[in-house]
Design a protein around this ligand. Structure first.
Ligand code: DAH
Length: 360
């Protein structure tokens, strides 16, 4: 049968095939190809219509015309499938290309900018410098836990439950065990007790130790208070110590750390764990004693507390207060950093802003 057997009907298969191939070739995306496919092979396509009209032909012609239509459909389907595979591959590589990270720019930028070396945080370097001074004075360095029991943080330090001195320490209690039994230590003084107990157990008194570390109080942060801060505690236990030993130690430390023009003074004060007790001031590092806004015109800045170890504390730690004497001190590391480096606002120490930290 001549190919033109259908041409007397609705379509010219040769022309339809040529047109179809052109439309398939012109589709530049899988989406466009889907549309072309629907138009060429769908229910309302010329091909489908011709198929439906086969019934109008005589049986002989119908058979050959039917075969011709089926062959044409099969050829078009094959060409469409091939085109779809090609378009899909193109589209996938376009997506991959778009998502690819061009690291060459990053590397080049890195080579253009000289590497900036990091350094320790101001609080860490201050702590290290303080330790160095005390080690040079013959102290050892020790540490204790930040989560403490009520016993170490308060009771053993001669602060029984409900004692008014607890008001000096706004505490964060941890929600474990009995209420108010475990506390984020409000000062480093509990480490004194731990050291004394260990020295009793090891038979290694005398003690000359400093104990730096992090402390917590329910303070709202402002320019001179932080809810998380750092202290360094010191304790000396030996025979025949006097208040003069304490004052001399404090003055030696002060001049060594802050410089020879900065001195210490001790003002009578109250702490439950020392008797007598004192507050420890240093020469104002801003005006060197002349009086300025920072020191409220006094020429002095308060750094911490100190005193002679109270016999009740020795009792709690199992040390005989008749045989041994001791002195202790505790002060803020953040405050030392603030005074030595003229940091206006202590909150800068917590904020990790490199523009601030880079300066030290
Ligand atoms: N623990 C006290 C506080 O944080 C400071 C202090 C005072 C420590 C007197 C001492 C001391 O060792 O003897 O307020």
């Amino acid at each position: 049968m001549a190919k033109g057997s259908l041409s007397s009907g609705a379509i010219d298969p040769t022309a339809l095939e040529a047109e179809s191939l052109q439309a398939i070739g012109a589709a530049t995306s899988t989406e466009a190809l889907d549309e072309v496919e629907a138009t060429l092979l769908g229910k309302r396509s010329a091909l489908a219509t011709a198929h439906r009209r086969l019934g109008q032909l005589d049986p002989e012609t119908r058979r050959s015309a039917g075969r011709e239509l089926n062959d044409l459909r099969a050829r078009l389907e094959a060409v469409i499938a091939e085109r779809r595979a090609g378009l899909r591959a193109d589209e996938r590589s376009a997506v991959l290309e778009a998502d690819r990270l061009d690291l060459s720019e990053v590397v080049l930028e890195g080579l253009r900018t000289p590497l900036r070396r990091g350094h320790r945080h101001l609080v860490t370097s201050t702590r290290d410098a303080l330790e160095d001074v005390f080690v040079a004075m013959g102290f050892t360095v020790a540490e204790g836990p930040e989560a403490e029991t009520d016993w170490y943080n308060f009771e053993a330090l001669n602060i029984p439950p409900a004692h008014p001195a607890r008001g000096m320490y706004d505490s964060f209690y941890l929600d474990v065990g009995e209420p108010e039994t475990v506390v984020l230590r409000t000062h480093t003084s509990p480490v004194q007790i731990r050291l004394m107990e260990a020295a009793v157990a090891a038979g290694s008194i005398p003690i000359h130790s400093v104990m730096p570390g992090r402390c917590y109080r329910r303070d709202t942060a402002d320019a001179s208070h932080l809810p998380v801060f750092h202290q360094v505690e010191g304790v000396v236990v030996d025979r025949g110590l006097t208040f003069a030993d304490l004052a001399g130690t404090i003055e030696t430390f002060t001049a060594a750390y802050f410089g020879p023009e900065v001195h210490s003074r001790l003002r009578p004060a109250y702490f439950p764990f020392t008797e007598p007790s004192a507050e420890y001031d240093i020469t104002c590092t801003i005006c060197l004693g002349a009086g300025c806004r920072t020191c409220s015109g006094t020429g002095w800045l308060e750094l911490g507390g100190c005193g002679m170890v109270d016999p009740a504390v020795f009792d709690a730690a199992g040390i005989d207060p008749l045989e041994w004497s001791g002195f202790a001190f505790g002060f803020g590391i953040d405050r030392c950093a603030q005074m030595r480096h003229e940091v206006a606002d202590l909150r800068n120490l917590l904020e990790s802003d490199v523009r601030f930290l880079r300066q030290f």
